[in-house]
Structure formats: structure tokens, C-alpha cells
Ligand binder design. Structure first.
Ligand SMILES: *[C@@H]1O[C@H](CO)[C@@H](O)[C@H](O)[C@H]1NC(C)=O
Ligand SMILES: *[C@@H]1O[C@H](CO)[C@@H](O)[C@H](O)[C@H]1NC(C)=O
Ligand SMILES: *[C@@H]1O[C@H](CO)[C@@H](O)[C@H](O)[C@H]1NC(C)=O
Ligand SMILES: *[C@@H]1O[C@H](CO)[C@@H](O)[C@H](O)[C@H]1NC(C)=O
Ligand SMILES: *[C@@H]1O[C@H](CO)[C@@H](O)[C@H](O)[C@H]1NC(C)=O
Ligand SMILES: *[C@@H]1O[C@H](CO)[C@@H](O)[C@H](O)[C@H]1NC(C)=O
Ligand SMILES: *[C@@H]1O[C@H](CO)[C@@H](O)[C@H](O)[C@H]1NC(C)=O
Ligand SMILES: *[C@@H]1O[C@H](CO)[C@@H](O)[C@H](O)[C@H]1NC(C)=O
Ligand SMILES: *[C@@H]1O[C@H](CO)[C@@H](O)[C@H](O)[C@H]1NC(C)=O
Length: 438
């Protein structure tokens, strides 16, 4: 009986953890790294322009033919035509690129509601759209920079020299690219045994001299963005560069694959080795996840239902024959509401650790000096005292090393509170958010 109830509680725990994982998903949404809603005019909601824009951004995501990371599309008629250009970091796979573009355009449309023109980007891609033709046009604005100043280099002049030498070299290499790729990546030794790694790229619709000009102009922003910083990037609509003191790019994608040649029989260009590898690896993961997750969930659900039904059946007969000793034990864990309130500074916002599916968790300190985590269940739980204490008893018995220890509980009027030991900096605290379902 006790073990099946225990299993039942574990099942509920699992369900809450699932609900929690779901509730936390919005927080995982990528944040736009940089964006600008270009103030050149607004379109009206439900206009033809808006419809064209949505259609266009969608078509970038669904286009699986382009694999060089540069997307140039237009859609619509006359004044309602939308033009868009998207550019991915050159060392990522086409699949990752398209997901990045979808995420970036979703965010951009939301961040710039009704703006005719906008530009923005995530870590690995930049998207822009407008109502004027932008293909074959070199544009230097609006521009952005992003930097990393976790470490500042000591020899600023020497570092600057090396960085400039590297960017000059890569600029020429990128400009020499063809109409599919204008990119280059490389490294250089810097003072103090450091190495600088950099990646530069232009949208491949630029001419060689436009690409060189764009990158030259972008590197002119180094004094403002980057100076002594260990990493930085400058993003123009038509070109961008990035440097770091760690190798942040995939060097095996450095070579430019041969263009499709109509005179040879080999009409399908072979993609760079690493790209196809990345693609394969991703597919395998997706398949594994797709096939395992539903099976696992079904099995767990079936087990839960069986245990639930069994527990219900047994409960009826055994309810009255409750073990009195157990009830005495549980009284020992009961805490006074005033004690808990004092320990958490009257449940102050400052002490709030987080919010789970079934209540708020606070950090507190008992007068003995012991740190505790306090889970205050939401009031609508509507549970009777006996049921509540039974559940507390179960959790108290469940002293597994991977679970935080229950120190006590509090049951007063509307209040249902659980007190756990507090483990600083431990991911175990995350468990508290999901640990108890009442
Ligand atoms: C783009 O939209 C702006 C604002 O609505 C308008 O002033 C401009 O003429 C449009 N440009 C083109 C090429 O249609
Ligand atoms: C477009 O709308 C935004 C707010 O929705 C406003 O801030 C901006 O000034 C408008 N731009 C023009 C050109 O009307
Ligand atoms: C890019 O878009 C422009 C304008 O829509 C079009 O003329 C051009 O052919 C396109 N180029 C490529 C490579 O898709
Ligand atoms: C950007 O691409 C790099 C290299 O493929 C990858 O490690 C990183 O996770 C990507 N960033 C995002 C936000 O997807
Ligand atoms: C795109 O967004 C999803 C969640 O909305 C996120 O899981 C994924 O990592 C994002 N991918 C990129 C490349 O930003
Ligand atoms: C590096 O310098 C910037 C200002 O230029 C400063 O804000 C940052 O804290 C410094 N970083 C370190 C690790 O010293
Ligand atoms: C960095 O190096 C470039 C080229 O060598 C030079 O023109 C510039 O003045 C230097 N800037 C600093 C801050 O040292
Ligand atoms: C970049 O270009 C703008 C105008 O196109 C110009 O005003 C600026 O001086 C240029 N900067 C550098 C460093 O060349
Ligand atoms: C290319 O294809 C043609 C016919 O389509 C054939 O005659 C020729 O032998 C092929 N060349 C090679 C190198 O396979």
C-alpha cells in the first residue's frame, strides 16, 4: 500500500515536472541580439504589404534549395512588394541557418510591429526586409556592434596591430569570393601568446570592391566597439566581421565548394564535409527523440493509471485502519506558521527563489541559522488536513540522496507550506519547484 502510494506520488511529481518544463519554455525563446525598426513608414494591419511580408518570410524558412546561407527574395506587386535579404554565418549548416532565420524574422516582426523596414539578427544570422529593392546594393546603415569584455587585453597596441593585420587579410580573401560566398575565416598570433580568430563576410551580391569597402568601413568602428576587448563584432546590413580569442568558428568550412559546372556531368555541388556531417548528426538526434519520447510518455502514463486505480481500490478498505504511529511522527514535523513567516521575512519578494506549478518558493533562515527553502502552495489546493499530512509523511519517508530533505510543514487556516533544506548553488533546488503535488 505505502509503496504504491509512493509510486503514485512519484507519478504526480513527474506530471508536475512535465507541466513545469512546458511552462518554462517561453523563457527559452531566443532573444534578439540586435535590431532596428527603420523609421521609414508604417504599413497598416491586414494590408497587402503585411500579407506579402508574412508570405515572404515563410518562404525563406521553407526554401531548402539554397545552401550557401544567403537568401534574396521579393514578393508582391508594385508598391506592396516586399524585399528581403537574409545572411547566415558561413560555417553553419543550411538547416541551422533556416531555423535561425525563422526565429529572427518572427522576433523582428514582433519587435517592429507595422514597420515597413526592419533589420535584426541572432547569433548566427541577420534578416532585413523593406519595400525597396536592396539586392546588389551596398548598405552601411543601420549598423550594430556586439562585444565581449570578460577579458581585456593588456597590450592594447600590439593586440590592435594583430587584429588589424588579420582583418585586412581576411577582407581581401572575402572580397575575392564568388556570387555564392564572400567570406573568410582565419587566425593570427597576438602578443602574450594569444591567438586572435576572426570571421568576415559580405552579402555575396556585392562586387569585390563594394565588399572591401564595406568591411573597411566596418573595421573603422573598432575604436568604439572593441578596443581592448577580447571579442567583438560589427554588423552592417551588407557585411560583418567578428573576432574572438577562442576559435569560435568551424575551420573545416573555410574552403569554398566548387560552383555547379554545367559542362561537367557533376551538376550537384558536393557540400563541404562538415556541413553534411552536421546535417546527418542532427537528423539522427531528431529521429531518436521522435521515436523515444512518445513511447516513454505512453509507458509512464499507463503505469500511472494502473497505480492510480489500484491505490483507489485499496484506499477505500484501509482508510480507517490508519497507522496511528505514522500520525504521531508527522506531528513532529509540523511547524508554526509564525516561525516560517519570520524565517522568510514575511515571504518577502527579495527572498523569492522562484515559482513552480503549484506555489511560490522562498529562501529563509531559521533562528538556529539553518537555511531553508519554503514552498508555499497556492491557496486553491482545497485539500483536507488528513490528506495533506499523509502526503507530507510520504515525502518525509522518501529520503533519497537525489531529493532535497523535507524538514517540516505547516498547515494553518488557508496556508499549506512545505519546508525543505536549502542547498546553495544546487540544481537540486530546482527540484523543489516540482517536488510536491497536492
Ligand atoms: C516605402 O514606404 C515608405 C513609407 O510608406 C514610402 O514613403 C516609400 O515611398 C516606399 N518606397 C517604395 C519604393 O515604395
Ligand atoms: C510607425 O509607428 C510607430 C509606432 O507604432 C511610431 O513610433 C513611428 O513613429 C511610426 N512611423 C511613422 C513614419 O509613421
Ligand atoms: C535577388 O532579388 C532581385 C530582386 O528581386 C532579383 O532581380 C535577383 O535576380 C535575385 N537574385 C538572386 C540571386 O536570387
Ligand atoms: C550558432 O552557431 C554555432 C556554430 O554552429 C553554434 O555552436 C551555436 O549554438 C549557434 N547559436 C545559436 C543561438 O543557435
Ligand atoms: C529557435 O527558437 C527555438 C525556440 O523557439 C529554440 O529552441 C532554438 O534554439 C532557436 N534556434 C536558433 C538557431 O536560434
Ligand atoms: C574591460 O573594459 C571595459 C571598459 O572598457 C569594462 O567595462 C570591463 O569591465 C572590463 N572587463 C574586465 C574583465 O576588466
Ligand atoms: C590600431 O591599428 C591601426 C592599424 O595598424 C591604427 O591605424 C590604429 O590607430 C590603431 N588604433 C589603436 C587604438 O591603437
Ligand atoms: C564609413 O562610411 C561613411 C559614409 O559612407 C563615412 O562617413 C565614414 O567616414 C566611413 N568610415 C570609415 C572608417 O571609413
Ligand atoms: C558525361 O555525360 C555524357 C552524356 O550525358 C557522356 O557521354 C560522358 O561520357 C559523361 N562524361 C563523364 C566524365 O562521365
Amino acid at each position: 500500500m505505502a509503496s504504491s502510494r509512493l509510486l503514485f506520488s512519484l507519478c504526480l511529481l513527474f506530471v508536475e515536472v512535465l507541466a513545469l518544463a512546458k511552462a518554462q519554455q517561453p523563457a527559452d525563446q531566443p532573444k534578439m541580439l540586435y535590431h532596428d525598426c527603420v523609421g521609414k513608414g508604417n504599413y497598416t494591419t491586414n494590408s497587402a504589404y503585411q500579407a506579402n511580408l508574412n508570405q515572404l518570410l515563410n518562404s525563406i524558412y521553407t526554401n531548402t534549395e539554397i545552401n550557401n546561407g544567403f537568401y534574396n527574395f521579393s514578393y508582391g506587386q508594385d508598391a506592396d512588394t516586399v524585399y528581403s535579404i537574409a545572411l547566415c554565418r558561413p560555417d553553419i549548416s543550411p538547416d541551422v541557418c533556416r531555423v535561425c532565420i525563422r526565429n529572427a524574422s518572427d522576433l523582428l516582426v514582433r519587435l517592429c510591429p507595422n514597420f515597413v523596414e526592419a533589420i535584426g539578427g541572432l547569433d548566427n544570422c541577420t534578416v532585413r526586409y523593406t519595400n525597396r529593392s536592396i539586392f546588389n546594393r551596398m548598405e552601411k546603415g543601420p549598423y550594430f556592434w556586439v562585444y565581449d569584455d570578460r577579458v581585456n587585453v593588456s597590450d592594447v597596441v600590439g593586440f590592435n596591430q594583430s587584429r588589424m593585420t588579420l582583418l585586412d587579410r581576411l577582407r581581401d580573401e572575402a572580397a575575392a569570393g564568388d556570387s555564392r560566398y564572400k567570406k573568410a575565416m582565419g587566425q593570427i598570433a597576438a602578443p602574450n601568446f594569444q591567438t586572435i580568430y576572426a570571421l568576415v563576410q559580405c552579402t555575396p551580391d556585392l562586387s569585390a570592391s563594394e565588399c572591401r569597402d564595406c568591411l573597411y568601413n566596418a573595421s573603422g568602428l573598432i575604436p568604439e566597439c572593441c578596443k581592448a576587448r577580447q571579442g567583438g563584432r560589427v554588423i552592417y546590413p551588407s557585411c560583418n566581421f567578428r573576432y574572438e580569442i577562442d576559435r569560435f568558428y568551424d575551420p573545416s568550412t573555410n574552403s569554398i565548394p566548387p560552383p555547379p559546372d554545367s559542362t561537367s556531368n557533376n551538376t550537384v555541388p558536393s557540400p563541404p564535409a562538415s556541413t553534411s556531417q552536421g546535417k546527418k548528426g542532427m537528423k539522427r538526434n531528431v529521429i531518436i527523440i521522435i521515436s523515444i519520447v512518445p513511447i516513454a510518455i505512453s509507458v509512464i502514463l499507463i503505469v500511472c493509471v494502473c497505480i492510480f486505480l489500484r491505490a483507489r481500490r485499496k484506499q477505500k478498505g484501509e482508510e480507517e485502519a490508519k497507522d496511528l504511529n505514522e500520525m504521531e511522527d508527522v506531528e513532529l514535523l509540523q511547524l508554526d506558521f509564525g516561525t516560517v513567516r519570520a524565517a522568510t521575512g514575511n515571504f518577502s519578494e527579495d527572498n523569492k527563489l522562484g515559482q513552480g506549478g503549484f506555489g511560490v518558493v522562498y529562501k529563509g533562515t531559521l533562528t538556529s541559522g539553518q537555511d531553508i527553502a519554503v514552498k508555499r502552495l497556492s491557496r486553491a489546493s482545497g485539500q483536507g488536513e488528513l490528506e495533506f499530512k499523509n502526503e507530507v509523511m510520504l515525502v518525509a519517508k522518501l529520503q533519497h540522496r537525489n531529493l532535497v530533505r523535507l524538514l517540516g510543514f505547516c498547515y494553518e487556516k488557508e496556508e499549506r507550506i512545505l519546508v525543505y533544506e536549502f542547498l546553495p548553488n544546487s540544481s537540486l533546488n530546482n527540484l523543489i519547484f516540482g517536488i510536491f503535488v497536492i
